[in-house]
Design a protein. Sequence first.
Length: 597
Amino acid sequence: MDDQAKSLLSLRHSAAHILAQAVLELFPGTKLGFGPAIADGFYYDFQLPRALSPDDLPAIEARMRAIIAGKHPFTREELSIDAARAQFADQPFKLDQVEALARGEMGEHGEAAAQPAARVSIYAHDQFVDLCRGPHVANTGAVPASALKLLSIAGAYWRGSEKNPQLTRVYGTVWQSKQELDEYLWRLEEAKKRDHRKLGQQLGLFYFSDEVGPGLPLFAPKGEIVRYLMEDYVRETQTRYGYQHVWTGHMVKEDLYKKSGHYDNYIDAMFPPMVDEEVVYRLKPMNCPSHMTLYNEIGKHSYRDLPLRFAEFATLYRYEKRGELTGLTRVRALTQDDCHVFCTEDQIESEFTLALKLVREVLNTYNFTDYKVRLSLRGDQGKYVKDDEKWDKATKALKSAMDANGVDYFVAEGEAAFYGPKADFIAKDVLGREWQLSTIQVDFIQPARLGCEYIAEDGTPRTPVLIHRAVTGSTERFLGVLIEQFAGAFPVWLAPVQALIVPIADRHNEYAQYVAAQLREQKFRVEVDARNERMNAKIRDATLQKIPYILVVGDKEEAAQAAAVRLRTGEDLKAMPLEQFIAMARRVVDAKSLELK
RNA sequence: GCCCUCGUGGCUCAGGUGGUAGAGCACUUCUUUGGUAAAGAAGAGGUCAUGAGUUCAAGUCUCAUCGAGGGCUCCA
């Protein structure tokens, strides 16, 4: 972390303390939770005597400014555990944290510390004392009041657990200067403009309807073609990499999920059952059990058949909780570009490498470079299947495959699937929220549960290892992130309408249709804007729709069998013969280029 | 699911302290046939998310339900 980042951190953390003092003064009896600095700001969690509304924020902010004006120095002090207990006797959450520190835990989620704490540090300014690691600025006056703003109010569970009381979280931001604050707020506004939900509607890609239900997107023609092209591209690439596609439908008997273990782990996230006399069915929330069943039905497998790679573009239905739904990035009907690779233990590394190559190729095509890779491992507690030996084996296999491929990853304990560790590719949306896209997972557990086998070289039956893998994750989520990444201006190969023909006057309509026919003949997606509008209006509308090419045709173009080509960027390529335009566009599309010419 | 906020014609939004709805864009029709980011005119379109309640009277107040947004939790 550089000095700049460090000083911002202590600035924001100090602002959090000032916020806490202000709230404590305005709402006596408030109990304090955690109040850290975060990316772009800070927050503080409170248990308040009454519900807080955004209308309260100006008063709190005013109080904060007064504390800042007081230029109270921040002072650090160390206390013994007992002294800390006395200090925070009327602050139950602080007390809870003192005990956690004494037990040798640290942080909000109780990560293990090097050793139990014998002493804790507190920071004080003015009338306010907080249990805190620091650091802080010298005095409250060092926080620029003009660069401070409280942003929002949210609920947040103590220590992040649903089982604990819910506190009120106040989010705020502070910067070194008012100018930086303004720039930040401006960035937020700009980001909202490229929000995929807004652009999806403006570009006519997809809609949500109360009539159909929450989290169930409806794709208009322009959205469907993008979906189709995305999936077609992954399908083509998968085929090229030696994956085979299968189809396993939308419903499955519930019993299968009891066998696989999904019933115990994810029953809450499945849609309610459909009951047909004695038999209970579920909408498919995942493919693995279906693919393993298919593997079994096909017959006996020889080790010579492995690896066997079953890919499927299946729409899955997951009963996400109401408050979790978000545009296309979190839906109840999602189309996964899923795949299950049945292989031997010896093949794990090469199969991982193959999947990784595929993922990288696809992400690269979309110019997706801003992602990180998380190695998700099992945590101490929870849903994980107990079989240490197999977990160790799977984790080792995954790690060595990542290392062999030079993948730069970070480790996250407690993020694994119940059946094994995974490598997740995580990207951010315009508002900074992180979403898992691609994933590669090693599974030593499920194949045995569903009785998958292959006959080994020595003639004995063995259980294959299963590698779960998704390239873009889900079409819906990836599309959402793509829309934001391109701000709606898709590369030509993905653009719903690649070229719009604009006849200048009615007498050019016929030629415009001719041009359109020529281009359609060459498999381009084109439209003719024959509305009774002036050319300027048509160009404006096409540009706002981010159509890559605008082909204006008038008398001159008709005479020359040409079109005047304008790019959505505003660049005018002037008139060119149709063949020349076709050749240019062909080259751009075939290369899946991000350029327009 | 939980905390907070919001829900007015297809879209973007007006509608102080309650008295039965407005604009721009889009749409339809007409005029205009115009050379690189919005031609002009007329018209049609809303039981103000839904359901109760308070009131002589509710888009405007109360409650509930549904939906959306921000956050938390969860994410095979």
